[in-house]
Design a protein. Structure first.
Length: 127
């Protein structure tokens, strides 16, 4: 793992073994500094309330710090519940959420262009 990428698991669950660092580097480059945090419902809901003024438990949140640094939070429990809805396995859905959040850090907004980019990256990494 490079110094520009760190992973913290604040949950009891075990995150899927995915090439998180390689995915991050392929989209944002080696120099972009990113932390990935796996967090539970309470922390995710609190962050969502504070930063997005939404009183729900999200499956993923991304926080750009500046043009060269950002942080992603993924809720593994919520991802497990949501995977079926998106017709993906748990592992592939967690990978998709990571890709989705990285594209937000890159500056992408929801829409057809972002969906095309997500599909391309998910195919590349078999997600």
């Amino acid at each position: 793992m490079s110094e520009a990428f760190s992973v913290t698991n604040l949950t009891q669950g075990k995150p899927p073994r995915l090439p998180f660092a390689r995915i991050k580097e392929s989209i944002l480059g080696k120099k972009y500094i990113m932390s990935l945090v796996f967090a539970g419902d309470a922390r995710m809901k609190r962050l969502n309330q504070i930063y997005r003024k939404k009183n729900t438990v999200p499956n993923v949140l991304s926080f750009p710090i500046n043009k060269k640094e950002g942080e992603i939070f993924i809720n593994l429990k919520k991802a497990a519940k949501d995977a079926d809805k998106y017709k993906k396995s748990y592992n592939k859905f967690v990978g998709f959420l990571f890709v989705h959040a990285i594209l937000h850090l890159k500056g992408c907004e929801h829409g057809i262009e972002m969906e095309k980019e997500e599909e391309k990256i998910c195919r590349k990494f078999n997600l």
